[in-house]
Design a protein. Structure first.
Length: 82
């Protein structure tokens, strides 16, 4: 799924940790995982998703700091973590 550009799984009652393998989806532009029951920290590998313009992770149970690798997401225009 490396050519996928949008993935919306918001409001699906998903639980568990965020998969580090999502970092391999380098063409992904929009990722919406808000309003689920996801836990844990943000994977460092996600910094490889340099095409991302929108990342929505709000209304989950995430913890930890924003990885420094997210600085590689130079196209990111919207980041929702509340």
């Amino acid at each position: 799924m490396t050519s996928l550009t949008q993935l919306a799984l918001n409001e699906n009652n998903l639980s568990g940790r965020l998969p580090s393998s999502f970092g391999r989806m380098t063409d992904l532009e929009v990722l919406r995982l808000d309003s689920n029951q996801l836990t844990g920290s943000l994977p460092v590998e996600w910094g490889q998703m340099t095409s991302l313009t929108e990342l929505s992770l709000s209304r989950n149970n995430l913890s930890g700091r924003l990885p420094t690798s997210f600085g590689q997401m130079t196209n990111l225009e919207l980041l929702q973590l509340f």
